[in-house]
Design a protein around this ligand. Structure first.
Ligand code: GH3
Ligand code: MG
Length: 356
């Protein structure tokens, strides 16, 4: 063996450790030196921020060997000596990369893979299994369990590092896709003109909040609002002027909505507020205030004509089983009563059987 190889050999993982060299592995080792000695064949990405990596092995020596292969400026190590400890650390830190031993006393690396894939589906993790078993059927089993890569022991540190860097690039791509998906989801739930939540977002949120109100017996109100004679604004001052009115109305609604409540735009000039933990009289006073604030706005393009809005309220102080859609229909009916009664007013839906 040439001198340079001899020198490298002293840093070979598992040399002198409890894991024996198997026949043929020296050739594998030499081959690895050839492709990695001149530097990594996988150039690092521009983003050199350290990423968290969970190293799982019941042997402290094996863990150290893995840790030594990973530069500290690229990887922040979390160490686990059992499968259970690995699950706990994973749940707490959600590391991007997991390098796990296959055979461990409590949970195998394959089972750990399955747990991560089934229990933490919202965020991608790159999993490398280290195994002393190189039979193809076993390797297939590991990959089928959700591992992205496997490496046979004894591994070469440069090979492990190269594979971890492949993992980094795949993780970076997944993070990009995850961020884009989050953005798309946000766009799908936001009204473009006013940046308020749209109907879908409000219904989703209100459905959860309503089940909380029924379980914990707190008041829950749905308020429908609609700008009066809005078509006239568009017709006389133009669509852009109409948009300014819609945005102003949104601002007033937003300013009057507590952090624990929500308001949204559900159609052209139709808006909704979902309010909880307010008594019946309190809610009416609050909505009257919103109505007055909007009425007090001065829009230069409207020839001094006041623009107003009408409101319909439905809900309960102590509710029984209700669907959010039913409450929205009741609030809508109250809103149209307000329109019929002359507009620029607030009407409450008649107490439903569920209101005590
Ligand atoms: P009412 O008092 O009975 O509510 O009368 P209205 O004129 O307000 O009637 P309605 O609520 O049906 O009118 C809604 C109008 O809102 C019709 C549509 O042209 C306009 N609209 C819908 N979306 C937008 C928008 O994004 N921008 C603007 N400027 N107008 C919109
Ligand atoms: Mg209207």
């Amino acid at each position: 063996m040439p001198d340079w190889a001899q020198k490298r050999m002293s840093s070979v993982p598992f040399a002198g450790s409890r894991i024996p060299w198997r026949s043929g592995s020296f050739f594998h080792f030499e081959f690895m030196l050839e492709i990695t000695d001149s530097g990594s064949p996988f150039p690092m990405d521009a983003n050199r921020q350290a990423i968290p990596v969970l190293v799982v092995d019941d042997s402290p020596v094996a863990r150290k060997l893995v840790e030594h292969a990973l530069p500290a400026d690229e990887y922040t190590i979390l160490s686990a000596s059992t499968g259970q400890e690995a699950i706990e650390l994973f749940a707490r830190h959600q590391p991007s990369l997991v390098i796990t031993d296959w055979l461990m006393p409590d949970l195998s690396g394959v089972e750990l893979c399955q747990r991560i894939r089934s229990d933490f589906q919202d965020r991608f993790t790159y999993i490398i299994i280290l195994t002393g078993v190189s039979e193809k059927s076993e390797v297939v089993k590991g990959l089928q369990a959700g591992a992205d890569e496997y490496l046979t022991k004894p591994f070469h540190p440069d090979e492990l590092l190269a594979r971890a860097r492949v993992g980094r690039r795949i993780i970076a791509l997944h993070r990009e896709i995850e961020a884009k998906n989050r953005l798309l989801e946000q766009l799908a739930l936001t009204d473009e003109l006013t940046q308020l939540p749209n109907r879908r977002a409000v219904v989703q949120w209100a459905t959860r909040q309503l089940s909380g109100a029924l379980r914990h017996d707190f008041p829950f109100w749905v308020v429908m609002a609609d700008i009066d004679q809005f078509k006239l604004v568009n017709d006389s001052a133009g669509h852009q002027a109409g948009d300014i009115v819609l945005k102003k109305f949104s601002e007033i609604l937003r300013a009057n909505t507590r952090q624990s409540d929500i308001c949204g735009r559900i159609g052209g000039d139709e808006f909704v507020l979902i309010i909880s933990h307010a008594v019946r009289d309190g809610i009416e006073v609050m909505i009257q205030r919103v109505r007055e604030q909007f009425e007090a706005q001065h829009f230069p393009f409207n020839n001094g004509r006041v623009i107003t809005a009408s409101f319909g309220i439905a809900g309960f102080a102590h509710g029984r089983v209700q669907q959010i859609e039913h409450l929205m229909v009741q609030a809508d009916a109250a809103l149209y009563a307000a329109k019929r009664l002359g507009r620029n007013r607030v009407e409450l839906a008649p107490a439903a059987p569920s209101i005590r």
